[in-house]
Design a protein around this ligand. Sequence first.
Ligand code: SAH
Length: 479
Amino acid sequence: MIKNDCYEVYIEDIGNDGEGIGHIEDRQNGKSFALFVKDTLIGDRALVRIIKVKKTYAYGRVEQIIESSPYRVHPVCEKARSCGGCSLMHMSYDKQLEYKWNKVKSCLERIGGISGVDAIMEPPYGMELPYFYRNKMQLPVGRDREGRIVIGFYAGRTHSIVDLDKCHIGHPVNDYIIKYMRKWFRKFDREDIAYSEESHSGLVRHILTRVGFRTGELMVCLVINKDELGKSEGESLVCLLKEAVKEYNTSKDTEQEIILKSVSININKEKTNRILGSHCKVVWGRSYIQDYIGDILFNISPMSFYQVNPVQTKAIYDKAIEYAELKGGETVWDMYCGIGTISLCLAAYAGKVFGVEVVPQAIEDAKENARVNGIENARFFCGKAEEVVPEFYREADSDEGKHPDVIVVDPPRKGCEKVLLDTISFMAPDRIVYVSCDPATLARDVKILSDKGYRPEKVAVFDAFCQGTHVETVVQLSH
Ligand code: SAH
């Protein structure tokens, strides 16, 4: 197989990142090569140009779709193919749900070693309207080859920015923010107004926005490569953002009034891929916005983690509550609790809730969120779960909390540290509810917990990242 050669390939499977997978025979040695082709779907017959050859597999680029898959749809966004945000937008929504459900199933079988897992898997929970669902946007800012300012998303697997005027998965107010931010950039038309990754110079790196879908509150935070925004830069920013919101509120796009509540900067002077630096400063208004999940009000600051799909978040938390099977009076741990969202939602059904989270600001928010909502049976600890929980288990003198009835974990993609899983098994809860954003690490951890006597009983798959490849899963394990 030679780079740049073209082959006709039937796409028979789909990979982890949503890419199509086909096979071609190497005529010289009769070996079958797996070929990974972005932008193709199961059922496509395509002409594919080889772009990279490895020992047993190769990557190709689609040149022409010869016969279209029955699952192929016309993406609603014209930038879908170049933009890295929505790699499944050309796939029918039902097929997207099936793909995600199968991905979880296959991980639990292959990595988790659970046979017949489909018997305990609920049908996938999708969205009625799988667009305009994101409450948070992180838009990189830069310049294109001609030196024009670009605002948008990274192209898949690269840091070149696809310029966008409209995003079909973000809240529609973002389109207006992008429009008015372009005005702001034009006003301060200096060479160094936009950040350049290459030279690590220039001011604005990212525009971060968050919208409370229930309250309509809006936060805009500019991530900058400096300690301050100039006075006139700041004033003009606030002024233009107010105009953006006003135009949105009087447009045909508006379904709910948006209220600008917070304009801030985040200082990130590091040469890093991380979007946020460690400090924020308020430019105008409050340092946070507020939003509800169910009946509980949350304060959300730019740095703290808050699930990006509010409709599915509610569904996921409801499922976690259902799988916890609380009768009232139980002791529950919520590990990786963020700003206390799951902890506080569970508090009404439990005797006592302990939350643990590594980001200090998030723990401050969690405590404040408990206070604001008059919730008195939640206690929060700051630190790494894999350090705080084993220490608590060793040192707490009373049994309270050491032997909870239920433990909920909701770790980041890398899953739980082994020592945390060991401690969880010593704590011996009746049930573990594992909320996961990565089926591979979920399956790895489920296997470890199974070896310690916990059996997966129920699995629910949620599409919280419609049009993208990520998936959320909730698993109930019982002792
Ligand atoms: N349950 C929360 C947050 C889940 S995201 C919610 O639904 O909103 C995972 C959280 O784990 C993040 O808040 C992250 O800051 C935190 N985290 C990451 N590593 C951690 C660790 N080692 N110990 C404790 N928390 C950690």
